[in-house]
Design a protein. Structure first.
Lengths: 406, 105, 187
């Protein structure tokens, strides 16, 4: 893969298209729908309610005795019902809006959120050579397929670059709506996102210093062999396998600071509670999407959840070992370049998704537990605490790396 | 095929568009954006030369370092420039360059 | 980069670049410039400058243009409706651009060195790996990948350490200056 663009040929294009369809449309979008459901159920549990538990396939309409509930769990069809409701609502465009930008804004929110998925490795590699046994044949089968859409050497930077384009959607939504609530929401949101981008970017500098690489697949492979960044318990990370060298454990201090800054900044970037001031309903009705209805509103809503999923994916990849299975080298479940069996490749995908789901549950849990910040406190936290802390953290990491000669 | 000249000419066109904007437009914000465009056109030239001038088998990274500096300086310049524009707007209530003629004899 | 992609991104960049100048609404100008910069970043990437391309989007499209948009919206600058553009300036600007382009074209048409394609000057990873001193970069180069962020960093910190610090000071001065400039005078 000398130059990414040289490797473009038909097989590559087909493989990429399949990966894009699989990851973006068959994983992320259903995950968006189901994280909304998850959010409603978890918030209900936290607030001691029941939540949506009755939606099933309405067989009673067809004369059956009972509605069908998938897996016997009520409410699992709720996302479908939500989606249908969004589609069927009246798509109302207020008269005072700036039409072109008003229509453009929801798309600009949604697209970058999905684009950033391109560099996140969602599995190690998939060996497809078993397909030859059932009669399919081709040269492309004999090389395992890497499960990342674009294996770029500037992975995290690319994610931040594309994610920063999402601000435009929100700014435009706020401005084009020509309404004071929308405008205030848009202004708040964009300044919040710009401010926290700095903390977000600086917080991963120590991580990149430790790995010495910007390629997310290589970062994950390293963690698979040598212990997760936040959980160095095997390989080079574990003192007992490494001549009682405690360097990686000492590095846990800056890594943990990084992780906290990264997670909190991610909350602010995705406009989630406790930093959901842009859409803070007690002050601003609904912030930048006050004037939106129907599917256009749904796009904002889905954009927020998609950004949340990608953010979780990035956090999992950088700090929690991505697709790697815990204690993989001990269990023999580690990634071996070019020789990973197909079932292990699938297990890696499952492991990645499981970690992301856990992270999403954490996101939701925080939202329904913590009260909302005040806006000036939010800015103070970003500029006066996290910015300085992240900078000091870079120096601390450098000092530790020098001291332990890692 | 795409040669170095293609890149240079495209960058030249972008520079020319920026130049036209700076001369023809009177909105100070647009003039500023056109300046950014001209800087970026110069960056494209630098990166193109860097790719076509191999040293030890690699692109010439001195040029890319220069691009890095240019982008940094441009970002600082935009921040200061926009602050000046805001101050100007407060006193003149206009972003037209024609409105700033206090020193005209 | 395949030729169709080059033409697509160049046209994207140039058309939206022209729209920046043509649009009378500052918001439209700013957004066109964002699209133009995205096209430019794609051209950077076609020249194997991944890091610069990403930085171009991150800094220009992600931060600088948002600032522009922010200022336009906060000052509530509307389109300059009704006012005629200064015809002399417009004609002069276009004439300048045409003269510049004719000049450039005549220079480039005689530029024999410029007839090389990217394929004519392939990156030679093995030679590069032999002279490379840093182990991580060497390993990447031996695998025939271009660790271009690392190489930019290496150049910056090995060759221009003083300039880097100078830039840091410049940013600090800029920050302080902006705060001072945008503060309202309190009496």
């Amino acid at each position: 893969m000398g130059s990414f663009l040289d490797s473009i040929n038909l097989a590559f294009l087909i493989a990429s298209a399949v990966k894009i369809v699989f990851f973006a449309f068959m994983v992320i979008l259903p995950m968006v729908a189901y994280s909304v459901y998850l959010e409603r159920r978890i918030s209900a549990i936290i607030q001691d309610r029941v939540g949506p538990n009755r939606t099933g396939i309405p067989l009673t309409l067809l004369g059956f005795k009972k509605d069908s509930h998938i897996f016997g769990i009520g409410g699992l069809v709720q996302p479908l019902a939500d989606g249908l409701k969004f589609l069927l609502k009246e798509d109302f465009t207020p008269a005072h809006v700036n039409k072109f930008y008003y229509w453009l804004a929801p798309a600009i929110v949604m697209v970058p959120a999905l684009l950033t998925a391109a560099v996140i490795p969602f599995g190690s590699e998939l060996d497809l050579s078993w397909l030859t046994k059932i009669g399919v044949d081709g040269a492309w089968l004999h090389k395992p397929i890497k499960l990342v859409i674009a294996d770029l050497n500037v992975g995290p930077l690319f994610t931040f670059a594309i994610a920063s384009l999402g601000v435009y959607g929100i700014v435009l939504a706020g401005w084009s709506s020509n309404s004071k609530y929308s405008f205030l929401g848009g202004v708040r949101s964009s300044s919040q996102m710009i401010s926290y981008e700095i903390a977000l970017g600086l917080s991963i500098v120590p991580v990149l210093m430790i790995f010495g690489d910007l390629n997310l697949s290589k970062i994950t492979e390293y963690q698979d062999a040598n212990g997760w960044l936040l959980f160095p318990a095997w390989g080079k990370g574990a003192p007992w396998e490494n001549g009682w060298h405690f360097g990686r454990w000492a590095l846990l201090v800056p890594v943990f600071i990084s992780f906290i800054i990264f997670t909190v900044s991610m909350f602010a970037e995705t406009n989630r509670a406790p930093f959901d001031l842009p859409e803070c309903e007690t002050e601003l009705v609904a912030g930048y999407h006050t004037e939106y209805s129907s599917m256009k509103f749904a796009l904002f809503f889905m954009g927020e959840y998609a950004a949340m999923i990608i953010g979780s994916g990035l956090a999992v990849t950088l700090f929690l070992g991505g697709w790697s299975i815990p204690f993989a080298p001990w269990l023999g479940l580690d990634y071996k370049a070019g020789a990973t069996p197909a079932w292990l490749g699938l297990a890696h995908i499952a492991c990645f998704l499981a970690k992301v789901v856990c992270f999403i549950v954490f996101f939701i849990w925080v939202r329904w537990t913590l009260p909302r910040f005040r806006y000036d406190l939010l800015m103070k936290l970003g500029w006066l605490v996290f910015f300085e802390l992240a900078l000091a953290n870079v120096i601390l990491t450098a000092a530790l790396l020098m001291y332990f000669k890692i | 095929m795409i040669t170095l000249n293609h890149y240079l000419f495209v960058s030249g066109i972008l520079f020319a568009i920026g130049l036209t904007g700076v001369v023809a437009r009177r909105n100070i914000l647009t003039i500023y954006m056109c300046l950014e465009m001209m800087l970026s056109a110069a960056n494209l030239t630098l990166v193109a030369f860097s790719r076509f001038h191999l040293t030890d088998g690699l692109p010439d990274y001195n040029a890319q370092a220069l691009v890095f500096f240019t982008i940094t300086v441009a970002a600082a310049e935009v921040a200061v420039g926009l602050a000046i524009i805001v101050a100007l707007y407060r006193t003149k209530h206009s972003v037209d360059v024609g409105a700033v003629d206090n020193l005209k004899g | 980069m395949p030729a169709p992609l080059f033409y697509f991104f160049s046209l994207l960049m140039l058309i939206f670049g022209a729209l920046v100048v043509i649009c009378r609404n500052p918001v439209a100008s700013a957004l066109s410039l964002v699209v133009s910069f995205v096209g430019l970043a794609a051209l950077f990437i076609s020249l194997d400058a991944y890091f610069i391309g990403t930085i171009q989007i991150l800094v220009y499209a992600g931060a600088v243009m948002v600032l522009f948009l922010f200022i336009i919206m906060l000052l509530d600058i509307r389109a300059e409706a009704g006012r005629k553009p200064n015809m002399l300036a417009v004609v002069g600007g276009i004439a300048l651009a045409v003269i510049f382009l004719v000049q450039l074209g005549s220079v480039l048409s005689k530029n024999e060195m410029g007839n090389k394609t990217v394929a004519d000057v392939p990156i030679n990873y093995q030679t590069a790996a032999q002279v490379q001193k840093l182990d991580t970069i060497k390993a990447d180069l031996q695998n025939s990948t271009l660790p271009d962020a690392k190489l930019v960093g290496q150049t910056l910190f090995n060759r221009y350490p003083f300039q880097i610090q100078l830039i840091g000071c410049l940013l600090l001065v800029g920050t302080v200056g902006v705060v001072l400039l945008s503060k309202r005078e309190v009496n």
